[in-house]
Design a protein around this ligand. Structure first.
Ligand SMILES: Nc1ncnc2c1ncn2[C@@H]1O[C@H](COP(=O)(O)OP(=O)(O)OP(=O)(O)O)[C@@H](O)[C@H]1O
Ligand SMILES: N[C@@H](CCO)C(=O)O
Length: 354
């Protein structure tokens, strides 16, 4: 019998101008408690795996307990099958404790993907490095900002490599082939496509210790796919330059102690994704324009977290006051919210024996 726990922090992507580039791991963790009972000769369980789920997120969506359907175990099976292991070891029990609200912009799917990749690596005794695990994550979630933050922790800048022509075909395999649904479906025994080496990379930035993150989480969901569908295919040169100028400032602005509120507020402005998502999030423009460091002491900057609808306000002080003002703004559109005071999760994903 062996037992271990996998802890994966949630994440906030973009932080204003860094669309699909910048991510921040935050102190709200998905946890898997895994037990493998290898004293049994065989298992009656589908794919030798039983899932239990403890919802601490108050989400309305129900999470499948079928290992062929559940996102975390499907991802683990993808990693295992790339290494010629068709199922979980006899007999694997996975208890999932999830405090991360689903489809709210706190990277719940990226967190689940990272948890699944790590689960496959551990139960299959594959010994893959975190850098290689990032490649597996990127076969499933194609933007690196959430998964790199959750895997490595902290405040990160990420990029995808330009692939060699022979790898382009391998990377652009439809997701249904990477992660057949259900995973066991028709098990042809075929190996799924393995990720090319080094699809994506990251770089950790400094984070000034005074800066905390207030997450204001509205009580409705915005699936990331919907929030990506409203974005244009092309941008004006002026808007691209606007974002590049601010994205170039952002790591220095948030890494400098003591923080400069005016500089951070400016560096968190965006013209690439937030303006297009206002139709999905009633009152978004008003919320983002509702305060500045000059009108709200303690505030440093304010942006949409990931694809929304969560709002991320960075601040050094007066956290309750800032959250209450944003919640009051949403209330004028009959939207209720919860809020959490979070800090950067510097450690990233951890595995510990229990
Ligand atoms: N712990 C989990 N277990 C299984 N499935 C999960 C889990 N967490 C998230 N998911 C799946 O991911 C979906 C949410 O993904 P989506 O990309 O829409 O939002 P998000 O990742 O929370 O937000 P964002 O990407 O904007 O930060 C859920 O509907 C659910 O299907
Ligand atoms: N960068 C992604 C994050 C989604 O979690 C987006 O904004 O669509």
């Amino acid at each position: 019998m062996s037992s271990f726990a996998i802890r994966v922090p949630c994440s906030s992507a973009n932080i204003g101008p860094g669309f699909d580039v910048i991510g921040l791991a935050l102190s709200l963790h998905l946890e898997l408690r895994v037990t493998i009972d290898d004293s049994k000769p065989s298992s009656e369980l589908p794919l030798n795996c039983a899932i239990t789920y403890e919802d601490q997120s108050k989400s309305t969506e129900s999470i499948s307990l079928d290992p062929e359907v559940n996102l975390i175990t499907r991802v683990a099976l993808y990693v295992l099958r790339c290494h010629n292991q068709r199922a979980f070891p006899v007999e694997t029990k996975v208890h999932i404790v999830n405090p991360i609200p689903l489809s709210r912009g706190l990277g719940s799917s990226g967190t689940a993907v990272v948890a699944g990749v790590m689960l496959g690596n551990e139960v299959g005794k594959l010994g893959l490095s975190k850098d290689r695990l990032l490649d597996y994550c990127l076969m499933i979630e194609r933007h690196p900002d959430n998964v790199a933050a959750s895997l490595f922790g902290g405040f990160v800048g990420t990029y995808l490599n330009e692939l060699k022509p022979e790898d382009v075909a391998r990377k652009e395999i439809p997701l249904s082939e990477v992660l057949p649904s259900p995973a066991g479906g028709i098990d042809t025994g075929m190996k799924p496509p393995e990720p090319p080496l080094g699809i994506g990379h990251y770089r950790k930035f400094d984070w000034a210790p005074e800066i905390k993150a207030i997450a204001i989480i509205p009580d409705f969901v915005v699936p990331t796919a919907d929030a990506r569908n409203v974005l244009p295919q092309q941008y004006s040169r002026a808007d691209v330059v606007f974002n590049l100028q601010r994205a170039a400032l952002l790591p220095a602005a948030l890494g400098t102690s003591p923080p400069d509120p005016e500089m951070i507020f400016l560096a968190m402005q965006d013209k690439v994704h937030q303006p297009y998502r206002k139709g999905l999030i009633p009152g978004l423009t008003e919320v983002l324009q509702s305060m500045t460091p000059a009108t709200q002491p303690g505030l440093l900057g304010i942006c949409l977290s990931g694809a929304g609808p969560t709002i991320l306000a960075l601040a050094t002080d007066r956290f309750t006051e800032i959250a209450d003002r944003i919640i009051a703004r949403f209330a004028t559109n009959n939207i209720t919210c919860q809020w959490k005071l979070l800090e950067p999760a510097q450690e990233g994903t951890t595995v510990t024996p229990v």
